[in-house]
Ligand binder design. Structure first.
Ligand SMILES: Cc1cc2nc3c(=O)[nH]c(=O)nc-3n(C[C@H](O)[C@H](O)[C@H](O)COP(=O)(O)OP(=O)(O)OC[C@H]3O[C@@H](n4cnc5c(N)ncnc54)[C@H](O)[C@@H]3O)c2cc1C
Length: 132
């Protein structure tokens, strides 16, 4: 996972539009809250590299130190979410083209607001999900 354990994705557009002004207001929960309230230890900036189902172990990498280690689990819940879709459209690698999924994404867009006059928001309906 990235640096933020829980944040309000739905608040990101409001953060960009200055309806939510303080970035901390996007943070729904912190690792400390998870630990104190639920006795759950959260490892931010840590990527799961592989799963050994026989041994019930996962191999993880600390993305800040690049150190790898193994962790044991009794039960494993996969909830890897998704990534933004980058459609096959020419020019998507140009500066000024962004996706919006994370807090760092929203920071990048917000930083450009001073210099842009027109913006296009592109999304596509995911068939069968009712979302979009
Ligand atoms: C701009 C925006 C607005 C939205 N507005 C709404 C709304 O108003 N209402 C609504 O219901 N939904 C909204 N959503 C959708 C909602 O945020 C998502 O449906 C929800 O975040 C999905 O949760 P998730 O836990 O499945 O995935 P995610 O939130 O994507 O979490 C998955 C996590 O898994 C981590 N991960 C992935 N691979 C690994 C790995 N190998 N090792 C370790 N960690 C890994 C990722 O880093 C991430 O932290 C919005 C989303 C966006 C982007």
């Amino acid at each position: 996972m990235g640096s933020y354990v829980s944040f309000a994705n739905c608040g990101l557009p409001y953060f960009i539009g200055d309806v939510i002004v303080e970035e901390e207001k996007l943070l729904v929960a912190t690792p400390a809250l998870f630990e104190n309230r639920f006795n759950i230890r959260v490892h931010t900036d840590t990527e799961v590299l592989s799963i050994d189902r026989e041994q019930q172990r996962i191999s993880v990498c600390n993305l800040k130190t690049s150190k790898q280690r193994d962790e044991h689990y009794d039960a494993l819940v996969l909830s890897t979410g998704s990534k933004s879709v980058w459609p096959d459209i020419k020019g998507l690698d140009l500066p000024g083209v962004h996706v919006l999924r994370t807090i760092p994404d929203s920071r990048q867009i917000k930083a450009q607001l001073e210099t842009i006059q027109r913006a296009v928001v592109y999304g596509r309906r995911l068939s069968g999900t009712g979302i979009g």
